[in-house]
Structure formats: C-alpha cells, structure tokens
Design a protein around this ligand. Sequence first.
Ligand code: CU
Length: 68
Amino acid sequence: METTRIAVEGMTCQGCVNSLTRALKSTPGVQSATVTLEPAQASIEHDPLAAPVDALRAVIADAGFEAR
Ligand SMILES: [Cu+2]
C-alpha cells in the first residue's frame, strides 16, 4: 500500500467531500480515502498496481472535480 495526497479543486461543501470519498473508496485497489475541504485534498491509501495515481486522478475528474 502507498499513500498519495492529491490537491482537489472544485469542492464547495460537505456533499462534494462525501461524494468524492465514496467514489474513491469504491475504486478497486483503494483501501481508504480521506477527503477534506480545508485543505482541499484527498489522501488515498492504495495499491499502486491495482489503482495507480493516474487512475485516482481519473476518478476525481469523473466525480466532477479537478485533480491538481
Ligand atoms: Cu458540494
């Protein structure tokens, strides 16, 4: 497992935090995900082979936010 922190733009409320958390946690290879508004970021514990960083960034984009 590896922990990756990604800055996320576009989240405005707890609803955004919750939906992104759900999207990340339902991604195969992701063990846990903690999303916060302040600072606006996602901290993700993941298997880098099953869920590489590029895939995590794609999940964030698909959820409607911008990975920085
Ligand atoms: Cu929101």
